[in-house]
Design a protein. Structure first.
Length: 483
């Protein structure tokens, strides 16, 4: 960014009378909706990719120092008082803050970035970390969906046309093959989950596990449909949803690679202390450090940065949740594959109850199940960005009822309890968010901590004390998906 500033921004703005780039384009000025903090070491295309990919909904104008400050003028007097500087004024006006990492070093090794993060944290601003889109994201993710569609078609055609009148395999052989496909599908899915949970998103074996699971799932669905009927919702709904589910799985893998890279960038060279941060002008660093020391908030600044490194974002909603439940880990990412799997469950239940729940007194179940599926799909899209990870995690509570989906148990009372009590409660917790849920006495705090893969019996005070001791040095990168 230094090169772009010297060779392009300064010469162009000099011809216009030395204004800032923003003032040159908008002489009347714009209200600042978004404050962007960055470290100047990033490439311009790296910066643009991150900002465009992470631009928050509803934001119109942003403040970024190399475009908003006049680069040809001496602004030293304007930033002598950090709290009265243009940075602080713009930050006070903005409702959201976007931190742009780079591949050179952590932005929190710069005193200005750390100070801006602290001001945003204390002023109650929503702080997000910008991320670059994974390379070739759509071609690579759609390739997996296409592979799933092809394997489903191949298995279905071979069984339905090649094995007519049991010409190739007997019913016993088909049943054995279906069982074998089911076991291998579960094993490959478990392998993928273990690799993802241990941060090995970039391994080739992780990508192979996705394709292997897709093939085995196609074989399992096709053999079971051949044995029973295509009209059974527990088979035909996953049959049609499988390409979407495996597209979501590959999305998780690709986004996990990018999230791990971002975590490394944010911690690279960062010691965990504001006193070690530097500035281009040493006097600016002295002013910032003296201001922080005089206010007695050095520990608060270090803690604010630690929270951002641990959670990758900080919003009023999550700050309320952590005040009740303690540290929650990475709260910026949510699993597309878990959401797709849960949506498949809801849709299958809507079809299944429409076929079977015709008994007197239980006819309310089909429309309720259909409404729940619609609420989950559309309601999740309308949730704020900082509440989606928690909402996705709450859907994992449906695993308590997976035995009914597998056909091990069932019946009208199972459906009545599931759709009359369990699903409404799960959706209520999801839409309430972590802040409201954590206020529900001890049970709410335990549930929030459990869903974020934390010890549910731990207290917020103990968690903060242990993390303040552990995070003096850069911590290892957070997992993208907690399993």
């Amino acid at each position: 960014m230094y090169t772009v500033n010297m060779q392009y921004i300064k010469p162009v703005t000099a011809l216009a009378g030395n204004p800032s780039w923003a003032l040159m384009l908008h002489p009347g000025g714009l209200k600042c909706d978004l404050f962007i903090t960055h470290g100047w070491a990033e490439g311009v295309f790296e910066f643009v990719d991150q900002i465009i990919n992470s631009w928050p909904f509803g934001a119109r104008a942003a403040y970024v120092c190399f475009l908003s400050n006049p680069q040809n003028l001496d602004i030293g007097e304007m930033i002598q008082s950090p709290e009265e500087s243009p940075f602080a004024k713009a930050l006070q006006s903005a409702s959201q803050v976007l931190a742009s990492p780079n591949h050179k070093h952590s932005i929190y090794t710069r005193a200005w970035c750390t100070f801006e993060a602290y001001l945003a944290y204390t002023w109650g601003k929503s702080i997000y970390t910008a991320t670059s889109p994974p390379p070739n994201f759509w071609p690579r993710s759609l390739r997996v969906a296409s592979w799933s569609l092809v394997t489903l078609g191949v298995f279905f055609c071979v069984l339905m046309h090649g094995n007519r009148k049991w010409a190739l395999w007997s019913p016993e052989q088909i049943a054995f093959v279906a069982y074998a496909f089911g076991v291998v599908t579960a094993m490959s899915a478990l392998c993928f989950a273990c690799l993802m949970s241990t941060g090995r998103h970039h391994w080739q074996v992780t990508a192979v596990a996705v394709y292997a699971c897709s093939v085995c799932a196609a074989g399992y669905l096709a053999t079971n449909i051949f044995q029973t009927s295509f009209r059974r919702p527990s088979y035909f709904v996953p049959f049609f949803m499988a390409p979407f589910c495996f597209w979501a799985v590959e999305c998780d893998r690709l986004l996990g690679i990018e999230a791990a890279k971002q975590a490394r960038q944010l911690r690279q060279g960062f010691t965990g202390k504001i006193r070690d941060a530097t500035t281009t002008n040493p006097l600016d660093g002295l002013r910032i450090r003296s201001l922080i020391e005089q206010s007695g908030s050095e520990k608060a600044v270090d803690e604010a940065v630690r929270v951002l490194l641990r959670m990758n974002l900080s919003t009023p909603e999550l700050r309320k949740a952590t005040s009740h439940a303690g540290a929650l880990g990475n709260a910026s990412n949510w699993s597309r594959s878990i959401f797709a799997t849960c949506l498949t469950f809801y849709v299958a239940q809507a079809f299944n109850t429409a076929l079977w729940r015709t008994e007197r007194g239980f006819q309310w179940i089909p429309p309720v199940a259909a409404a729940e599926a619609l609420i989950v799909f559309f309601g999740f899209q309308l949730l704020p960005r900082d509440r989606r990870p928690f909402a996705e995690r709450t859907q994992m509570l449906l695993l308590l009822f997976i035995s009914g989906f597998l056909g091990l148990i069932g019946g009208k009372w199972y459906d009545a309890i599931l759709h009359g009590i369990a699903c409404p409660l799960i959706m209520l917790v999801a839409f309430a968010g972590p802040a409201r849920t954590s206020r529900l006495s001890v049970l709410g705090r335990m549930l929030v901590r459990l869903l974020f893969a934390r010890n549910p019996l731990g207290s917020a005070v103990d968690e903060q004390q242990s993390e303040s001791q552990e995070e003096r040095a850069p911590a290892p990168e957070e997992d993208y998906v907690s399993v």
